[in-house]
Design a protein around this ligand. Structure first.
Ligand SMILES: Cc1cc2nc3c(=O)[nH]c(=O)nc-3n(C[C@H](O)[C@H](O)[C@H](O)COP(=O)(O)OP(=O)(O)OC[C@H]3O[C@@H](n4cnc5c(N)ncnc54)[C@H](O)[C@@H]3O)c2cc1C
Length: 289
């Protein structure tokens, strides 16, 4: 006989947060990760051991708006909704277009990609690059944390059981005039999990590097970014010299520690990641996007 599961689907965010304050529940947004993670045998519904709270319908979690130069994205916006929204940066849309296929993009949410904290989550390299901040709300408090503090490791995030991720904030992204790239290497252009991914941003002013950031996905337990290395490149003449490029690539060669798995080998991942970095740093011209 099938077991019954208690589930809640409240009309408002406040009611949802009150319930989470009373009871430890499993949160389901689009369900495209959590249902797969808890699947049992073919034909048998996934087994989730806690009561379930659905949040995907909550209008409070589906707003996208601009506040000054910052962009606020509701955690339960689906990928398909973000693709339709004119405020979303094109490069983030391009990353989203590589995720799964339309049926999953109609269900999967940005908040789910973050809270699932997969090393291969495709929005994560760009969110690290944009210094994304996350608004976490409970019935009694709210706080803003940086994405790099929130994600602790594969499927590990710093979230209390009574908290929900409600908004993703991209600071100053509306005034971003740098050249931003996202590259994903997988078996196909879409509907494939990344073997390696890379996001880079560069802004040149008076022939010198005014801003530079880069982050790698799928080559470590979380996204790999080094603010120290980025800082050392600030103010350098553009284009970078071969010596500078070699030094940066050598530093990441030490830092990147991929794994072998069914998708790829550690050797392939590291080689491709360093090639993407070298290519990005060797650009002789760039176009703001
Ligand atoms: C066939 C298939 C292909 C896929 N391809 C890709 C791909 O190419 N690239 C990629 O990056 N991902 C891919 N995914 C993974 C998945 O679709 C994404 O990670 C998606 O963004 C998850 O969002 P969701 O809303 O479905 O999350 P859910 O499954 O609902 O939730 C994921 C986790 O986050 C928690 N959670 C969700 N929202 C919140 C919130 N607001 N506050 C607190 N906790 C929350 C849940 O409790 C759960 O632990 C694929 C999945 C499938 C099934």
């Amino acid at each position: 006989m099938e077991e019954k599961v208690t589930s809640y689907r409240f009309d408002s965010l406040d009611q949802t947060l009150s319930q989470l304050n009373r009871e430890d529940c499993a949160i389901i947004a689009g369900g495209t990760d959590i249902m797969v993670l808890n699947k049992s045998r073919r034909g048998v519904p996934p087994k989730i051991s806690k009561p379930i709270v659905f949040i995907d319908h909550l209008s409070e979690l589906k707003q996208v708006y601009r506040h000054n130069q910052d962009l606020h994205i509701g955690a339960c916006c689906t990928y398909s909704e973000l693709l339709e929204n004119p405020l979303i940066p094109n490069v983030l849309k391009n990353a989203i277009k590589t995720i799964a296929a339309p049926p999953i993009r109609n269900r999967g949410t940005l908040g789910g990609n973050i809270c699932n904290a997969s090393p291969a989550g495709d929005t994560l390299p760009l969110l690290y690059l944009y210094n994304a901040k996350l608004l976490l709300r409970s019935a009694t408090s709210e706080k803003v944390v940086s994405i790099s503090d929130f994600i602790q490791g594969p499927r590990r995030v710093q979230r209390l059981p009574n908290e929900l991720l409600t908004e993703i904030i991209l600071p100053s992204v509306m005034e971003e005039d740098g050249h931003v790239v996202f590259e994903k290497v997988g078996n196909r252009n879409a509907d494939a999990i990344a073997k390696v991914s890379f996001a880079g941003l560069i802004r040149i002013k008076n022939d010198r590097i005014h801003n530079i950031r880069f982050a790698f996905g799928a080559v470590g337990p979380t996204m790999i970014r080094s603010k120290d290395i980025e800082k050392k490149l600030l103010g350098k003449p553009f284009p970078l010299t071969d010596k500078d490029i070699t030094n940066v690539v050598a530093a990441f060669d030490k830092m990147i520690k991929p794994i072998d798995d069914h998708r790829s080998t550690a050797f392939y991942r590291k080689t491709v990641a360093l090639n993407l970095l070298r290519y990005f740093l060797s650009l002789k011209r760039y176009q703001p996007n």
